[in-house]
Design a protein. Sequence first.
Length: 286
Amino acid sequence: MLILLAWAINRYTLINQSIWDGVERLVYWVLFPCLLFNSAIHAKLTFVDNFYMLALLAFCMCTMGLLAYAAKWLFAPDPINLISGIQTTFRFNTYIVLAVAARLVDASGLELMAITIACLVPISNTLSVFSLSHRSGLHVFLEIIKNPFVIATTSGLLLNYSGVHLPEMMTFNIARLGNASIPLGLLCVGASLRWISTKNDGVLVMYWTFLKLIAFPALALVGANLLDLPAHQKLNAVLFACMPTANSAFVLASRMGGNGSIVAVTISVMTLLAAITIPFWIYLAQ
């Protein structure tokens, strides 16, 4: 409902896109990092126990990237469009996954999702920047270490591991800022929905959408069953895998010389269809 509300506000009121851009920067640089930091600093550090789940998801992400690149031979698309959209098949919308996880799992489940995000954001960003890197002089490593989600989660885990305790007032305010990130993040998702005429690339967009919303979670579910993962890890893996792609994919494509328009359309299609596919995959994973 929040996503549809924000889309309607952005389309039919005087609140323009520049306001949403500011809100999204606030969520991206401050509020969501606070949520991830708070989850990470209170998480029970069980990386060894979660290794197979994390390795499975990393394998799935790499597989989706390779399948997305295979569109070069399947559809003979424009090369710029191809490299712009590869990232949409393995990136994930952190706003939506944390919002769904917060409603679906308990505190320990949210901690597991925070650990999953901490481990896979660097992989996702590396693959995304690599796919576009020949169009820009940006350095892959610098892009990763500057990511606010990586900084927040890594610093939280380091403090957690070292046993450092922050002042109660500080942790209280960090937690409150983090709690504000979920509704504002969903509003930003809705406001970012857009439609651009891309008839020639419609097949490519639907192929990417199929990979992200169907193939990725299906591979994660099959892999979780083959590895005999515990129920909570299986649900976490499938929940993570079935999310639509990240809104930041549009920013990255535009910033690195790609075609931001086709990525924007792909984000919109995936986000809308995910309202149908996410409950389906959650049902199968439970």
